[in-house]
Design a binder for this molecule. Structure first.
Ligand code: MN3
Length: 198
């Protein structure tokens, strides 16, 4: 398969004031597009042509760094647009809420750990909520890496590359992460991925 850039599932103004039109225009139209274009060029002539995106991400990790970086970032951003929604961050669907409380002690504790993972990722990368061995875990990864290559299934991720927040928050990454958790997360999509993660 070749990679294609999907449209955003909402308008460019829909996430303001927590994420601006300008951020989405750069992040989606330029950064994500570059991962798509570079990924397609790097995929040509490799053993991964014709494989699914997940297979490419897992298969190229540790073997073909340029392809992995772009395929990983394409995978991450495909989900990232759906991890956001206007008026997000509200009630968490029941089953998932129960599991979060079970595995983290409380919702506040989960949010604290998730934000701390994003703040603590030195340089570019992502913070994650993932399912590993039947448990919900918070992790962080550098650059384009994600939990798929560490034996886990990502169900929520936040992009902490500066291109995701610098226009709106400048150097205040913690404020961006708090706004993400409180006002932007699309919990219905997280719950959908959780139910599929089994
Ligand atoms: Mn990004």
């Amino acid at each position: 398969m070749s990679f294609t850039l999907p449209d955003l599932p909402y308008s460019y103004d829909a996430l303001a004031p927590y994420m601006s039109r300008e951020t989405l225009e750069y992040h989606h139209d330029k950064h994500h597009l570059a991962y798509v274009n570079n990924g397609n060029n790097l995929l040509k002539g490799t053993e991964f042509e014709g494989k699914s995106l997940e297979e490419i991400v897992k298969g190229s990790f540790g073997k073909n760094a340029p392809l992995f970086n772009n395929a990983g970032q394409h995978y991450n951003h495909l989900h990232f647009w759906h991890w956001l929604k206007p008026n997000g961050g509200g009630a968490i669907p029941g089953e998932l809420e129960k599991k979060l409380v079970e595995d983290f002690g409380s919702l506040d504790k989960f949010k604290e750990e998730f934000v701390a993972a994003g703040v603590g990722q030195f340089g570019s990368g992502w913070a994650w909520l993932a399912v590993k061995d039947g448990k919900l875990v918070v992790t962080k990864t550098p650059n384009g890496e994600n939990p798929l290559v560490h034996g886990a299934t990502p169900i929520l991720g936040v992009d902490v590359w500066e291109h995701s927040y610098y226009i709106d928050y400048r150097n205040r990454r913690p404020d961006y992460l708090k706004a993400f958790v409180e006002h932007l997360v699309n919990w219905e999509y997280v719950a959908e991925l959780y139910s599929k993660a089994g």
